[in-house]
Design a protein around this ligand. Structure first.
Ligand code: NAD
Length: 356
């Protein structure tokens, strides 16, 4: 049975047209996906003034296609996509931008659930290009290379100039407060604030915000923490640009999203969710503790006042009632005889009182 299933699987794989296998070449159906994504975006973001873009999706595709089709990737330069990027008009500032590096999957899982931030992939450019591969060829009929768009870094890479410009534009739109999610256990021993990353080489130099919040996610093998190694360099770069900074190691909000997806990961043990010190989250904890302390103090004070009131009311009133009853009982005494008057001074007084 197992052998039969294996044979069927291998035959199916071999008979699949190579253009349908998603490899390192241009993504199949690139044009359809591009235009479909564009129409979907135009419809869904029509009323969102920060994200909306009024574009003609077919014209946008043509401008994009002409930037790299029929070209050897090594011919491309940073201006290759100029006409394409000139079609984006929305320059509205983004006051809750979220950058990332080495944490693409995590950041998108997070922003899928949490609406507090805007990532490049929420803008039309990022949305159109995210997850796609493309490069040109001067030997194919449609000018696209479906076999191999591989390159080392930014050299002979048709996608690099597009992502460069998209990242630069996104960074220029950020204002107020921005956040970056970094990975302290990146593959290939790369640092969290990696020198060749788009975040460090393209976005950070263009960023002008008042405050940069750094979130440092990691697996069990964290190589860096806030205030160490490359995160010191990030802090210095930010301070040089007059940005205030905060830094949180393993932010719980992000960790919770990660743990929804990978509940058995070692960093998802219950101990990971115990309170942590310093930084913004613990500042919030301190704030809440202070508020609770004040509320308890006010409640205790009110209880004290009420207690004193009750004691005064019952005890003091009881005592005065007692005196009154005592006198009353005297007043109800039978009339004294003359002999009595001679033997008891108190009773004589009472008698006098009653006589008045
Ligand atoms: P990263 O290292 O995780 O890289 C993100 C993507 O860019 C990966 O696909 C990576 O292969 C590619 N890449 C990174 N450096 C490259 C280089 N020098 N040459 C060619 N390709 C490269 O993180 P990063 O580099 O800091 O990029 C993420 C940041 O830049 C984010 O803040 C985002 O706004 C923007 N960005 C997003 C994408 C995306 O795929 N959605 C791509 C590039 C840039």
């Amino acid at each position: 049975m197992f052998v039969l299933a294996a044979i069927v699987f291998i035959v199916t794989l071999l008979s699949t047209p190579t253009s349908l296998v998603h490899g390192a070449g241009t993504s199949p159906y690139l044009k359809d996906m591009f235009i479909g994504r564009c129409w979907q975006y135009e419809t869904l973001q029509a009323n969102n003034h920060v994200l909306t873009e009024k574009v003609n999706c077919r014209e946008l595709w043509t401008a994009f296609y002409k930037s790299f089709a029929f070209k050897d990737p090594c011919e491309m330069d940073k201006d290759s996509y100029e006409n394409f990027f000139n079609m984006f008009k929305n320059k509205n500032k983004i006051t809750n931008a979220l950058f990332w590096s080495g944490a693409g999957e995590l950041v998108h899982d997070f922003t899928f659930i949490n609406d507090d931030y805007i990532v490049l992939e929420d803008t039309l450019t990022g949305n159109l290009l995210n997850g796609l591969t493309w490069c040109g060829s001067n030997t194919t009929a449609d000018g696209l290379n479906y076999k191999d768009c591989e390159s080392s870094g930014d050299i002979c890479n048709a996608m690099y100039p597009a992502w460069f410009q998209a990242s630069a534009n996104f960074a220029l739109r950020a204002s107020g407060e921005a956040t970056v999610l970094l990975n302290a256990s990146r593959s290939r021993n790369r640092s969290a604030y990696y020198s060749k990353s788009f975040f460090r080489s393209v976005e950070m130099p263009r960023l002008k915000v008042d405050q940069l919040n750094v979130l440092v996610a990691t697996n069990a093998n964290a190589r860096e923490r806030c205030g160490t190694q490359s995160l010191i360099e990030l802090d210095m770069d930010a301070k040089m640009k007059n940005m205030r900074t905060t830094c949180v190691d393993q932010p719980k909000l992000v960790l919770r999203v990660f743990c929804l997806k990978f509940p058995k990961a070692s960093q998802c043990a219950p101990v990971s969710f115990l309170p942590q010190d310093s930084t913004r989250e613990s500042e919030e904890t301190i704030l809440w503790r202070t508020i609770c302390f004040i509320l308890i103090a006010v409640a205790a004070f009110l209880l004290l006042i009420i207690g004193i009131y009750i004691i005064r009311k019952y005890f003091i009133t009881k005592n005065s009632n007692f005196k009154y009853l005592h006198n009353w009982s005297f007043s109800k005494k039978p009339m004294l005889s003359n002999d009595d008057e001679l033997t008891d001074n108190n009773n004589i007084n009472v008698y006098r009182f009653e006589a008045r």
